[in-house]
Design a binder for this molecule. Structure first.
Ligand code: 1PZ
Length: 215
C-alpha cells in the first residue's frame, strides 16, 4: 500500500510498486509505473534541495502522463502497450523531429524509461558496494553509462555537480529507511530483478516500434 504523508518514507514500499506494474501478459500498467516514479521522487527530495532541478523535470513528465491517464482518452493509456498502439495509430507522436506532438505519452515515457536504466545501474552498484564506496562515484558511473548519452553538455555538467553533494553510503542507506545495511542489500537484491524486467519489456516495446530515439 501507498505510504501516507505522515508515515516515514521507506524505499522498500516504492520498489514494491514495480511489482504491481506487470500484468499477467507482461504488459506494463502506466498507473503503477507512474506511482513508482512518484515514490522515487519523494526519496530524491529527502536527499536535499540541490536535486530540485532533477525532481522538477521528473515531476513534470509524470504529470504529463497522469493527465493522459485521467483525460478523455484515459482508457487508451492503461498500459504502455495500449498507449503506444493508440498514439501511433492516431499519429500523435513526433517520430523524427519535434512538431505538434512534443509532449506525446511515448516521448515522455521514453525519458523516464532511460532514467530507469540509470536507477537499475546505480542500485546494482549500491547493492554490491562496500563500506568505503562513494555514492557519488557509483551515481556518476551509472549516469555515464546510461542517461548521460542522451543529455547535452549543460545537463551533464549540472548532474555532475549534484552527484558531488550526495550523502555518503551510510547516510544514503539511512534515508532509504529499510534497516541495517545488510537488510538494504537484501531488499535491493529483491527489487532489482523487478525493475530490470520492467525496463527490458519497455525497451523491447520501443525497439519493436523504432521509437528509441524519439525527439
Ligand atoms: C540519487 C541521485 C539522483 C541522481 C539522478 C540522476 C539523473 C540525473 C538527471 C539529470 C536531469 C535533470 C534535468 C532534466 C533534463 C531533461 O532535459 C531530460 C530530457 O527531457 P527533455 O528535455 O527531452 O524533455 N530529462 C530526463 O532525462 C529525465 C530525468 C529524470 C530523472 C529522474 C531521477 C529520479 C531519481 C530517483 C532517485 C532515487
Amino acid at each position: 500500500s501507498e505510504p501516507s504523508e505522515n508515515q516515514k518514507f521507506c524505499l522498500q514500499e516504492v520498489l514494491d510498486t514495480f511489482k504491481l506494474c506487470l500484468s499477467d501478459s507482461k504488459e506494463v500498467y502506466l498507473e503503477h509505473y507512474v506511482a513508482g516514479w512518484r515514490g522515487l521522487i519523494k526519496f530524491l527530495n529527502c536527499l536535499g534541495s540541490v536535486f530540485g532541478f532533477i525532481s522538477k523535470d521528473a515531476v513534470n513528465k509524470i504529470q504529463i502522463l497522469v493527465n493522459y491517464l485521467n483525460g478523455e482518452n484515459g482508457p487508451h493509456y492503461v498500459t504502455m502497450q495500449s498507449m503506444v498502439k493508440y498514439e501511433l495509430e492516431n499519429d500523435l507522436v513526433d517520430l523524427t523531429k519535434r512538431g505538434s506532438h512534443s509532449e506525446s505519452g511515448c516521448r515522455t515515457l521514453l525519458r523516464l524509461h532511460r532514467a530507469l536504466r540509470w536507477l537499475e545501474l546505480f542500485l546494482e552498484r549500491l547493492r554490491t558496494s562496500t563500506e568505503d564506496s562513494k555514492t557519488s562515484n557509483m551515481c556518476c558511473e551509472a549516469y555515464n553509462e546510461s542517461l548521460a548519452q542522451h543529455h547535452p553538455w549543460v545537463i551533464r555538467k549540472a548532474a555532475g555537480m549534484a552527484f558531488c553533494v550526495l550523502p555518503g553510503r551510510a547516510a544514503f542507506f539511512e534515508v532509504m529507511n529499510v534497516g541495517t545495511p545488510e537488510q538494504v542489500v537484501a531488499m535491493l537484491g529483491e527489487a532489482l530483478p523487478l525493475i530490470s524486467e520492467v525496463y527490458q519489456i519497455t525497451e523491447e516495446l520501443y525497439k519493436e516500434h523504432n521509437m528509441l530515439d524519439l525527439p
